[in-house]
Ligand binder design. Structure first.
Ligand code: SF4
Ligand code: SF4
Length: 321
């Protein structure tokens, strides 16, 4: 990245803050980052303003780690601004990479969400029926709120992205390896997923796989599981066959099904559809009624299969805004 200190920004769009915390979780490595980089903009840690960003020359930042999905006009504005100001823009974490948990909002409409939140819940102001306005006059001035979009977008739906770092959030070791690769100029081809593997979680899972014959699906707490055997073969949903490796099989290794946070495995176009195919092949019946009963035991399948990647799936509404 040339001589001198790296010029770095970190930003969150529609996100929970976990990705920023993952960067802080690198512990003393963060001091190495501070030694190698000037952190020019990082709302969670540094009191920068948007006008500071606007005042930078185009391309002045060497690297921006952008976490969070694009959910509103502010997210989009800052994503475009950071794209202009950054030589490398990295979609950091599941929400930025694939839409993430906020992307599950795409199962419904903006209006239904607003109606539930502002009209369907108990209120501290009984009888209040107001919705947030983008412009509100207060004491002769105007207060502005961003416009909430009809759907949630991945960062790459809005601007060109140079690299993708998966994970919800990315593990500290992964953050460290990505930042080290940037400092040393050892990044792969642009457009690559970095800090992850090239296989599936199943390929790295130590649990034994044998016969797939399921008569019933279970929530993890409904059965005493065999700690050695494939979870899916015990009827516990596990997205390992559809998910990119690199996390160290953290969830199946901790007796939980993989939830898919590293996104689709290499060669998989639609993670949820691939998982549906894996689940279908495990069902031990050819009787349509029995199959229907077995499938009836699947808890909120679509939210499980697309937990981190609905905006990246083929199930999206076409309209935007
Ligand atoms: S489905 Fe889950 S538990 Fe089974 S082998 Fe794959 S990762 Fe392991
Ligand atoms: S096992 Fe799946 S959900 Fe768990 S960390 Fe790995 S990719 Fe994410």
């Amino acid at each position: 990245m040339g001589a001198g200190k790296l010029q770095v920004a970190l930003y969150w769009g529609s996100a929970c803050g976990g990705c920023d915390v993952a960067v802080l979780d690198t512990n003393e490595f963060i001091l190495d980052v501070a030694a190698a980089a000037d952190i020019r903009f990082w709302p969670i840690a540094v009191d920068g303003k948007y006008r500071d960003l606007e005042a930078m020359a185009d391309g002045e930042l060497d690297l921006t780690l952008f976490n969070g999905a694009v959910r509103n006009s502010e997210n989009e504005h800052v994503a475009k601004l950071l794209r202009r100001k950054s030589k490398l823009l990295v979609a950091f974490g599941s929400c930025s990479h694939l839409g993430g948990i906020p992307g599950l909002a795409n199962l419904t409409s903006r209006d239904a969400i607003l109606a539930t939140v502002y009209h369907g819940n108990a209120s501290l102001e009984p009888g209040s029926s107001g919705l947030p306005q983008t412009v509100t006059p207060v004491n002769g001035a105007e207060l502005e709120l961003p416009t909430l979009y009809h759907r949630v977008y991945r960062l790459a739906d809005i601007v060109a992205v140079d690299y993708f770092v998966p994970g919800c959030p990315p593990a500290p070791a992964q953050v460290q390896s990505v930042l080290t690769a940037v400092v040393k100029g050892e990044l792969p081809a642009r457009g690559s997923v970095v800090g992850a593997g090239e296989r599936t979680v199943c390929d790295e899972c130590k649990r034994t796989k044998s016969t797939k014959a399921i008569k019933r699906f279970f929530r993890p707490w409904e059965i005493i599981q065999d700690p050695e055997r494939c979870l899916l073969e015990q009827g516990i949903l596990c997205l390992g066959s559809a998910t990119r490796s690199g996390c160290g099989v953290r969830c199946p290794g901790s007796n939980q099904g993989c939830r898919g946070c590293y996104g689709p495995a290499p060669g998989v176009t639609d993670q949820g559809a691939k998982f549906l195919s894996a689940v279908s092949s495990t069902i031990d019946s050819k009787d349509p009624r029995e199959i229907e009963t077995i499938l009836g035991g699947l808890p909120d399948f679509i939210s499980f299969a697309y937990r981190f990647g609905l905006p990246a799936s083929r199930l999206q509404r076409r309209h935007g805004g």
